[in-house]
Each structure stands twice: as structure tokens, then as C-alpha cells.
Design a protein around this ligand. Structure first.
Ligand code: AHG
Ligand code: MN
Ligand code: MN
Length: 337
């Protein structure tokens, strides 16, 4: 039987291998792991208690909030507060950022952005949902954090990851140093155990993943790409939870995309706590993440809940999409000139 490597052991091993690592980041990752175990427990019994259903509120993106979203948000905030390594958080469920000004946290050097529960619309039908997180070094020097600590480009992330609450609960993360590693929760011992070391995405993808219900709302360039994929060479899969669709893309290869639509002209997915962390993971696994023209991780962050179009996954398919977008742009410029 192979030796079990728990998330905490892996984090310590990684920290030892990084000369400048001082342990604060390790503490943060441990706290996120703890919050994820508690959220997993609540998600797994959601059908049994009166926790399902609308909490009757709306989040900053104007979407109805499910009670599990609120529980997950509160759980992550309280675990991050206890660590003393995080001086502030921003999340989908909070209109603005939340400074953590306790004595032990006020001068901490990291901030965390997260989507506490992604794929909320799937909660009531028992389809995989998840948590997405991104960790940055603060830019301001000490004292209460400020908005500029959160409006950093994705390329500045020091760590990013997700937890997928599916047939099993898995935590997948990267610090940009040792690739992308996946840990499966063993409920019998309450530990995340290394199950997917050094995940690499297939260079060539054969699965495309998009909400085809929006096909008529796509631009001609995206329609042309979908038409390219609609051949027998490809398989179509779409779950409707970003975490689940991206996890499948990471493990099996392919492309996941949420383009701009007439209803969502800037796309639906949020740059800071959905697209950036997923783009960091996909790139670290050897793939590509783009808004159709630009690298996601280079996009300027202008507001906490800004939305961007996103195309991510196997490099060959993302580059095929980018080529079609560029061709359409050139053709349009020629017609206009
Ligand atoms: P959230 O539940 O955090 O608001 O995210 C939902 C997102 C994402 O998980 C998924 O990719 C997308 O919504 C699905 O949108 P459609 O239902 O419009 O396809
Ligand atoms: Mn989400
Ligand atoms: Mn969410």
C-alpha cells in the first residue's frame, strides 16, 4: 500500500523545499482545507436538513443566494480569521471586501478572494458544486487592508485552488512552485490525502463544454468555434458548475468556456474569484486561459465582481478559438475600412 500523504504533510514538505517560505501561506492553506471539510459535511447532508432553498437575499451580482452559500461564506471567513495569516477577504457573497482587523490578523501579509459555493443552482438537484479560492500578498504595508490589495492581476496570485464536492470531495491547488496537486478527502480519517500528484492537462483536447442554450446569443466568432467543435471528433459535456466543468477539463482535457452573450455582454463568470484562480491552475497544469484575445492572468482588475468572457483548457483548443476570434476581427476591420 502506498504511503498516505496528507494535505498538511504535503504543505509542510513543499514549505521545506522553498527556502523563502516562512509558513504563513502553509497556515492559510491548512485553514482553507479545514473550512472545506466542514462545508463538505454540510453539503453532504444538505438534503436532510432544512438548509436547501433561497435565503431570501441577493448577492453582489444580483443573484438569489442559497442558504449553503451563506454557510460556506461564513465558514471560510471564520477559519481564515482564526489563522492570523489573512488581513482581509473578498467573496461573491460580500458586496465589498471584509478587513480582518483582529490583533493577530491586522498586519498579516496575505488576502484571500473566494467563491464560497460555486454552482449554487445545482445544490437542490444534488449535482457537484464547489469552492474556489485565490491568495495574494497584500500590497499595502500593515494596518487595515484596502481595495487595492484585492484589485491585483491574476499573475500576482501566490496560490489558487478549488474544492469540488462531488462523488468524493477533492481539493486541488497550486502555488506555482510544484505544479497542480489533487487531494481526496477520506471521511473515515477526516484528512485530504494526495490522490492526483502533479496533474497535467492533455495538450490536445477532445471535449468542449459550454452552455449551448446560449448559442444564438454568441458572437459570430464563438458560433464559428462551436460549429468547429460540433463534429464527430469531439464530445460535448456541460454540468453548469464551473468547478465541476473545469475539474473534468483538467483531468480529461478539452475546453470549457463561458463567452459574452447578449444577456451577459461581459460574460457571466467573475474575474477575481472564478476566472483568475482557474486560469492559474490550468496554466500550471500546462494549459491556457484566455478571454478570447488576452491571457486571463494579465487582465486588469478594476472591480471586485467584474465579469469577463473565459475560454480555458487544452492549449490546442484555446489557440484554435483565439485564431478564429482574430480572423473575425481582421475580416470585420477590412469590411469597415
Ligand atoms: P455561482 O453559483 O457561484 O454563482 O456560479 C455559477 C456559475 C458557474 O458555476 C457556472 O459555470 C455558470 O454559473 C453556469 O451558468 P449557466 O447556468 O448560465 O450556464
Ligand atoms: Mn461561481
Ligand atoms: Mn458562488
Amino acid at each position: 500500500m502506498n504511503k498516505i500523504v496528507t494535505l498538511n504533510e504535503f504543505i509542510i514538505q513543499t514549505q521545506k523545499s522553498l527556502p523563502y517560505a516562512t509558513g504563513e501561506l502553509s497556515g492559510l492553506l491548512r485553514d482553507i482545507g479545514l473550512a472545506s471539510k466542514i462545508i463538505s459535511r454540510e453539503v453532504n447532508k444538505a438534503g436532510l436538513v432544512d438548509i436547501i432553498g433561497q435565503a431570501g437575499e441577493e448577492n453582489a451580482s444580483g443573484e438569489s443566494v442559497q442558504k449553503l452559500d451563506v454557510m460556506a461564506d461564513n465558514m471560510l471567513i471564520s477559519c481564515l480569521k482564526n489563522s492570523g495569516e489573512c488581513c482581509g477577504i473578498a467573496s461573491e457573497e460580500n458586496t465589498t471586501y471584509v478587513p480582518i482587523d483582529t490583533k493577530i490578523s491586522k498586519n498579516a501579509k496575505y488576502i484571500v478572494l473566494f467563491d464560497p459555493l460555486d454552482g449554487s443552482s445545482n445544490i437542490d438537484v444534488n449535482v457537484s458544486i464547489g469552492t474556489i479560492f485565490a491568495i495574494y500578498r497584500r500590497k499595502t504595508r500593515g494596518g487595515s487592508c484596502s481595495l487595492e490589495d484585492f484589485l491585483q492581476s491574476g499573475a500576482e496570485q501566490v496560490a489558487a485552488g478549488y474544492v469540488v464536492y462531488g462523488s468524493s470531495t477533492m481539493l486541488v491547488y497550486t502555488t506555482g512552485q510544484k505544479g497542480v496537486n489533487g487531494f481526496t478527502l477520506d471521511p473515515s480519517i477526516g484528512e485530504f490525502c494526495l490522490s492526483h500528484p502533479n496533474i497535467r492537462i492533455n495538450e490536445v483536447g477532445k471535449t468542449f463544454s459550454v452552455n449551448l442554450g446560449n448559442y444564438r446569443q454568441f458572437g459570430d466568432d464563438v458560433k464559428a468555434f462551436v460549429d468547429y467543435c460540433m463534429t464527430s471528433a469531439f464530445t460535448f459535456r456541460y454540468i453548469g458548475s464551473m468547478v465541476a466543468d473545469v475539474h473534468r477539463t483538467l483531468i480529461k482535457g478539452g475546453i470549457f468556456f463561458y463567452p459574452a452573450t447578449q444577456k451577459a455582454p461581459k460574460g457571466k463568470l467573475r474575474l477575481l474569484y472564478e476566472c483568475n484562480p482557474m486560469a492559474f491552475l490550468i496554466e500550471q497544469a500546462g494549459g491556457k486561459a484566455s478571454d478570447g484575445t488576452n491571457r486571463i492572468l494579465d487582465l486588469e482588475a478594476t472591480e471586485l465582481h467584474q465579469r469577463v468572457p473565459v475560454f480555458l483548457g487544452s492549449t490546442d483548443l484555446v489557440e484554435k478559438l483565439e485564431a478564429i476570434v482574430a480572423e473575425h476581427k481582421t475580416a470585420k476591420t477590412k469590411v469597415e475600412s
